[in-house]
Ligand binder design. Structure first.
Ligand code: UD1
Ligand code: CA
Length: 392
């Protein structure tokens, strides 16, 4: 099967009440659009088309920077005016091989799982649609069915009658279909609805009238498919993402004293027998060895922490490297280019920047060590300051 994926990311996201384009808002320290692109890449499609529009330069530049070399296989399509999701898909169609299967994803749904998308794409139907029954279906498109249970169409919340709004099953926005059929269905869209938009969702009714085979798949975990339209929904997505991440860490053997109180905004690697107390924040790339304990309220960004280290409460570590068996904090601050060799102790109210501390060295209290190369087994007392003041 030749698979092409279209990701819709042109909308402004008015309901976010923000100047930042909606798809650039972050979940787990990554833009929602980057999450969607990375999930799409896991399906190894022939091509990924991203439709941008509102602030398209900013969206593209941000993604180019964030994805680096991974961005090579992405085609960017411009939707100059945001006339609706159907119109957005139509902008990408000229670039799509008619013989392919098309998977359409929305850039504001960051929690999707690649395996469920794969399943949807492998259906033999002309059109496969992922539906869900979330606790709150406010604002979402409702799935219409005939008395026999067959799908007949989708009605958007704003166009729905009171009775239709009682329907629990909603459209997640994810659909897979044959590109040749999709091209035909898109051609018959109109914008005679309450929002004056060309709705992608209207292709379902068109497919049904054509007697095409339309398959629906009800999602097991609706949270995974939620779209983010407001900052309140962004917060819900963030919590859900963090919980999924925490569950994975525990499966990988990391002890979390409270899985609801850890935030990971980047990539982590842990050895065995690590224990994390509450309110630990890990950002960027964090690599942790075996048997490491991290106390409450620590912020760790881009760091390598060796085996048997203890990071005590309220410490901040950024762009730093710790050897084995170091003890940090409470209230220690390691700034960029702090390199601690084995068995180093950095105690309370000590700041270390751009300095190497040799094995066994201790800076137990109230000191600033900057721009220094300190040997091994050195004892630095309270009140000591070493720094590089304007170069001399
Ligand atoms: C859409 C669906 C709705 C579904 C819901 C699931 C339509 C008409 N409605 O509603 O049935 O329940 O998602 O989350 O499809 N976009 C463009 N160009 C446009 C308009 C939108 O690229 O002209 C993009 C947006 O950036 C966004 C995505 O399409 O990433 C969805 O648009 P949005 O306005 O959020 O649609 P919903 O109202 O959430
Ligand atoms: Ca949405």
């Amino acid at each position: 099967m030749r698979l092409e994926i279209i990701i819709l990311a042109a909308g402004q996201g008015t309901r976010m009440r923000s100047t930042l384009p909606k798809v650039l808002h972050q979940v787990g320290g990554k833009s929602m659009l980057q999450h969607v692109i990375e999930t799409a890449q896991k399906l190894t499609p022939k091509r990924i088309h991203v439709v941008t529009g509102h602030d398209s330069n900013l969206v593209r530049e941000t993604l180019l920077t964030a994805l680096g070399e991974q961005v090579i296989d992405i085609r960017w399509t411009l939707q100059e005016q945001q006339l609706g999701t159907g119109h957005a898909v139509a902008q990408a169609m000229p670039d799509i091989d008619s013989a392919s299967t098309c998977l359409i994803l929305y850039g504001d749904s960051p929690l999707m799982k690649a395996s469920s998308l794969k399943e949807l794409c492998s259906s033999d139907a002309d059109l496969s649609l992922m539906t869900a029954k979330p606790d709150n279906s406010d604002g979402l498109g409702r799935i219409l069915r005939d008395p026999g249970g067959g799908i007949t169409g989708i009605v958007e919340h704003k166009d729905a009658t009171d009775d239709q709004r009682l329907i629990a099953e909603v459209n997640t926005g994810i659909m897979a279909c044959k590109a040749s059929s999709l091209k035909r269905w898109l051609g018959s869209l109109d914008n005679s609805n309450s929002q004056g938009e060309y709705y992608l969702t209207d292709v379902v009714a068109t497919a049904v009238t054509e007697n095409a085979i339309v398959h629906t798949e009800l999602a097991v975990d609706p949270t995974r498919l939620m779209g983010v339209n407001s900052l309140a929904e962004l917060a819900i997505a963030e919590r859900a993402f963090q919980r999924l991440n925490a569950d994975q860490l525990m499966l990988d053997g990391v002890t979390l004293l409270d899985p609801a109180r850890i935030d990971v905004r980047g990539n982590t690697m842990f050895g065995t027998d690590c224990i994390l107390d509450v309110n630990v924040i890990l950002e960027g790339n964090v690599v942790v060895g075996n048997n490491v304990s991290i106390g409450p309220n620590c912020l760790i960004r881009n760091a390598v922490i060796g085996n048997n280290c203890r990071v005590n409460a309220n410490s901040v570590i950024e762009d730093a490297t710790l050897g084995t068996s170091c003890e940090i904090g409470p209230y220690a601050r390691l700034r960029p280019e702090a390199i601690l060799k084995d068995n180093v102790k950095v105690g309370n109210f000590v700041e270390v920047k751009k300095s190497e501390l040799g094995a066994g060295t201790k800076v137990n209290h109230l000191a600033y060590v900057g721009d220094s190369s300190v040997g091994s087994e050195v004892n630095i007392g309270a009140g000591v300051i070493t720094c590089n003041y304007d170069g001399s």
